[in-house]
Design a protein around this ligand. Structure first.
Ligand SMILES: CC(C)(COP(=O)(O)OP(=O)(O)OC[C@H]1O[C@@H](n2cnc3c(N)ncnc32)[C@H](O)[C@@H]1OP(=O)(O)O)[C@@H](O)C(=O)NCCC(=O)NCCS
Length: 199
């Protein structure tokens, strides 16, 4: 069956929740909430993170491109406006070299353990780029790891690989950790958006 990409929304929440539950909450119960937090908040349990994530999806403050195989979500790429995703890794080094915040960030990937190595993360990334264009476009940053020519634990790659982003024409700007780069791309608004801006 062909894979498709759909935005995370109240309609797709049940499929997202099934994928997270299949993987025991992801990292013991993160529910893809970590990048939404401010960093100084007290840790909470899986049930609280699930409820926080669902509330965000319902009020439109959590974005992701979900990849579907039939009715089942098999992975996602999380993105959002900068203020929605403040808690990036290597934040201190990032802020030290910061000139201007981007409009958007791409922060996290997760692919079903049974479906890795099939290009699904790359497809999710293209879905996120398409959604950002439909939401008006702008500058997008991501913070992938450089393991070019090497294999590593897939848990280290939750922000994606440098290669995935270079293939979609993101440009390396600066390093913020031993293998972690800031990459950037300017995304044009989707055609319908451009038309709306002109009229
Ligand atoms: C990392 C991850 C997203 C990759 O997903 P995937 O669908 O297998 O990736 P793709 O098949 O689209 O491959 C994308 C690129 O990543 C590379 N890659 C994937 N797994 C890799 C690994 N373990 N080591 C090195 N490179 C790897 C591929 O070689 C490919 O590179 P290329 O574009 O140069 O060919 C997936 O393994 C995953 O979900 N890991 C867990 C991440 C996590 O814990 N997230 C929790 C949320 S914080």
């Amino acid at each position: 069956m062909a894979l498709t990409s759909k935005p995370l929304s109240p309609d797709t929440w049940p499929a997202f929740a099934r994928l997270v539950e299949k993987h025991h909450g992801i990292f013991g119960g993160c529910w893809c909430i970590a990048f939404h937090l401010t960093g100084d908040e007290a840790k909470r349990g899986a049930a609280a993170y699930r409820a926080m994530k669902e509330a965000r999806v319902r009020d439109g403050t959590a974005h992701a491109a979900l990849v579907f195989d039939g009715p089942n979500a098999v992975g996602w790429c999380q993105f959002g406006p900068t203020g929605e995703l403040p808690n990036i890794r290597s934040r201190k080094a990032y802020e030290e070299g910061l000139n201007k915040l981007p409009d958007w960030r791409i922060t996290c990937f997760f692919i079903d353990r049974e479906r890795r190595g099939q290009g699904i993360a790359s497809l999710a990334l293209r879905g996120a780029i398409r959604s950002i264009a439909q939401l008006g476009g702008g500058t997008v940053e991501a913070y992938p790891e450089d393991y070019t020519g090497e294999r590593t634990s897939s848990s280290f790659l939750c922000s994606g690989t440098l290669g995935m982003f270079e293939k979609t024409r993101f440009r390396k700007t600066r390093k913020i950790a031993m293998r972690r780069w800031v990459v950037v791309k300017r995304i044009r608004p989707a055609r319908a958006q451009r038309k709306a801006i002109r009229t």
